[in-house]
Each structure stands twice: as C-alpha cells, then as structure tokens.
Design a protein around this ligand. Sequence first.
Ligand SMILES: Cc1cc2nc3c(=O)[nH]c(=O)nc-3n(C[C@H](O)[C@H](O)[C@H](O)COP(=O)(O)OP(=O)(O)OC[C@H]3O[C@@H](n4cnc5c(N)ncnc54)[C@H](O)[C@@H]3O)c2cc1C
Length: 182
Amino acid sequence: MSTLPATTDVVIVGAGPTGLALACILAAKRVSFVLIDRLAEGANTSRAAVVHARTLEAPGSGSITDSPIATQRILLAGDAAHVHSPAGGQGMNTGIQDAVALGHTLTAVLGGQAHESQLDEYERTRRPIADRVVALTDRMTRMATLRNRRSRTIRNAMIRMIGRIPAVRRWVATELAGLRNR
Ligand SMILES: Cc1cc2nc3c(=O)[nH]c(=O)nc-3n(C[C@H](O)[C@H](O)[C@H](O)COP(=O)(O)OP(=O)(O)OC[C@H]3O[C@@H](n4cnc5c(N)ncnc54)[C@H](O)[C@@H]3O)c2cc1C
C-alpha cells in the first residue's frame, strides 16, 4: 500500500542535500510536499565536506490533484541542474542555495503572494550563478590536471607568486565561499 498522500503542492525528487534543504524550507513555511528518492535509505555519509559562508547565510534571508506524479511544472535544482567537477567544493553549496531560492519562491507562489511567472525568476537568478560555478570549477580542474611537466612547473610558480597577493587571496576566498552571490 502506498504511503504517499493523495494530494500535495510540491513533489521533490531526490533526497540529497538539495532536496533536503528544499524540504526544510517548505516545512518551515508549512507548504505541503512529498520527498521521494530512489534509495530506500540514505547512505549516512557525504561526499561534500565543506559548507561555505553564503550557504550558511542563505536560509536566514528570508495542489496537485489525483496523483503527486501528475506534475504540472518541473524545476531543476542542485546537481540535476548543474553537475560539475568537485574542485573547490561548490556542488552541494550551490544546490542548497538553489533550494533556498526555490523554496522561498514556491512558498510565495503557492501562498498567493506572487504570480506563477515569478518561478521564471528562479531560473533568471540562479542560472548565471550556476554558469559561473561550472566555468570556475572547470578552469580549476584543467589547471589541477595539467599533464605537461613544464606547464605544471609554471602553474606552481604562478600559484606561489599570486597566492601572496592579498587581493587575489580575497578574490578566491569570496568566490569559493559564494559571497559574491549576495
Ligand atoms: C568526491 C566529491 C567530493 C565533493 N565535495 C564537495 C564539497 O566539499 N562541497 C560541496 O559543496 N560539494 C561537494 N561535492 C559535490 C556534492 O556532493 C554534490 O554537488 C551534491 O551531493 C549535490 O546534491 P544534490 O542533492 O543536488 O544531488 P545528490 O547528492 O546526487 O542527490 C540526488 C538524490 O536523488 C536521488 N535520485 C536520483 N535519481 C533519482 C530518480 N530518478 N528518482 C528518485 N530519486 C532519484 C539519489 O538517490 C540521491 O539521493 C563533492 C562531490 C564529489 C564527487
């Protein structure tokens, strides 16, 4: 016998960090949702090790009938929207920030405080951030996996040199912590 409710406002597919963060936001706002995952149980471990500053800040800012599967609108978040290299520890953080943005928008639309077209705003605001993260992690991965010995020597010397410049260190820290996305 199915334990799914007959109706719900939101179906979240995937109980990874992104799905769980979205579920927390919706639960706090008392929006009805169903969270489903293909796995019966969580692994109780995480690949992701670091929660960045912007992710910690984000949560503080601020009916489907007949079958929950009869989804009217599909919105992607987290790795489902932007899977990329783990360099820089960005994936889970970007996914949780997606979930917070989406949770606030869904709550406003379902509560009648915003028009449904506001859901397009989610893509408009999150896509440039995801594009930047994908480009940054791609560059970092290509730099980290250089095969040519001479290129690696030049890379290491450059990193040592520019790593001493406070403005560069600040730029890298701000970018990786997601604080540029405030
Ligand atoms: C080695 C490594 C280290 C990493 N380190 C970091 C780090 O330090 N910091 C960081 O921010 N990120 C890191 N990441 C990336 C991070 O793990 C992912 O970005 C993050 O897990 C994405 O979360 P998610 O919820 O979007 O997707 P997932 O964690 O992939 O969760 C998706 C969930 O959906 C379920 N699912 C999939 N398909 C279906 C389906 N068809 N139906 C139902 N359920 C489904 C899965 O079972 C899973 O539970 C690392 C990744 C790797 C590989």
